[in-house]
Design a protein around this ligand. Sequence first.
Ligand code: MG
Length: 368
Amino acid sequence: MRIERAQLRLVPLELSEPFDSPAGPRRNRPVIFVTLESDGAVGWGECVALASPSFTYETTETAWHVLTDHLLPVVVGADLASPGDVLTVVSGVRGHPMAKAAVEMAAWDLHAKLEGVPLVEALGGTHRRVAAGVSLGLQRDESTLLERVEAFVERGYRRVKIKIEPGRDVEVIGPVRSRFPDLGLVADANGSYSLREVDRLRQLDGFGLLMLEQPLAWDDLRDHAKLQEALQTPICLDESIRSLNDVAFALDLGSCRIVSVKPGRVGGLANAVAIHDLCRERGVPAWVGGMLESGVGRAHNVALASLPGFTLPGDLSESRRYWNRDLVTPEFVLVDGQLPVPDGVGIGVHPDQGRIDALVVRRATFTA
Ligand code: MG
C-alpha cells in the first residue's frame, strides 16, 4: 500500500477523574491522532506519549516534533509491503517508539481496511472477548481506595491494579486483600523502589499478588533479577521493556516472570506481536497494558489482547473508566467482566471525526 497522505491532530482530552501515580497527578491527557490514507481508505493511530516525560522520555511535544520533522516526511509516499514496514522506512530515527508506534498502528488499521478484514484477524487474534482489568491511581485514603475497588469489582473487573510507592505499600495492599481475599490483585510501583527496600517488598509476598509490576528503575534489569530471586511474587516488567531484545535479555537474566506489552512503548503492533510470540515460546505469561488511551488506542489494544499468549487480564477498561464520552462509536462497554473484540473492518470502531475536529488545537497535513 502506498501512503498518499497523513494528518496529525492534537486533541487535549480531560480525564473523567484524576489519575495519580508515583510520577505525580494527571488530569489532562493530550492525544495525538495519526491518520494515514491510501486508495480511499483511512487508518487511525493514537500516540500514547504523555504530556510530561514521567513514564518514558517521550512527551506529546517530542512526539509531535519527531512525527512532523522525521517520520511522516519519509512514510508519506512510501510503498509498504506490510504495516510493520513502517519501522524499516523510519529506521534512521533512533528511539521514540511511541511516535513510531502511532504511525505503525495507523498503518495496521489502514492495511486491515484495504483488505476488508478486522484488525484482530490481521494480527492473528483468536479470542472474541478479552478479560478486562482496571488500574487505580494512588487514592487519598484507605476508605476511598476500598470503595473504589468495590465499585470496580461490582462492575465486573476481574483484576485490579493498585499503585504503590515506598511508605504506601503494605498498608495500602493489606486492607484491600483482607476485604477481597479472592480478587486478582496487582501492585504497580512504577520504578519507585530500590534494592535497599527488599525487606519491605518481601512483605508483599504475604498478600498473594498476581504480580509486582516494575518495582525498580526502568534501566536496572540486573537488580530486578536479584529482587526476583528474593521474592515469591512474580515480577512483571513494564517501563523496562522497550523492545524484543529487552524481553529476551530480561528473561535470560531472570529479571521478571511476567511481561506487560504496550504497543506504544515497543514501537507498534508488529513488535508487540513478536514479543507475544517470544513469551509464548518461553512459557512466560503476558498481558496488554494501557496508557489512558481514547477509544482509538483502546481498539488497537483490545485487538492485540485477543492473541492466545495474552493469558492474563490486561489494563483494558471500558470507555467510561476514563472518559465522560469516548471519541469512538460504539464505546467500549464491559460484558461479564470482558470487553468484546470489535469485529468490523480495521479497528472496528468509528472515530467521531466531527467531535475530534471540534477539539483539535493543532494540525499538520503531509501529502506525497
Ligand atoms: Mg505499569
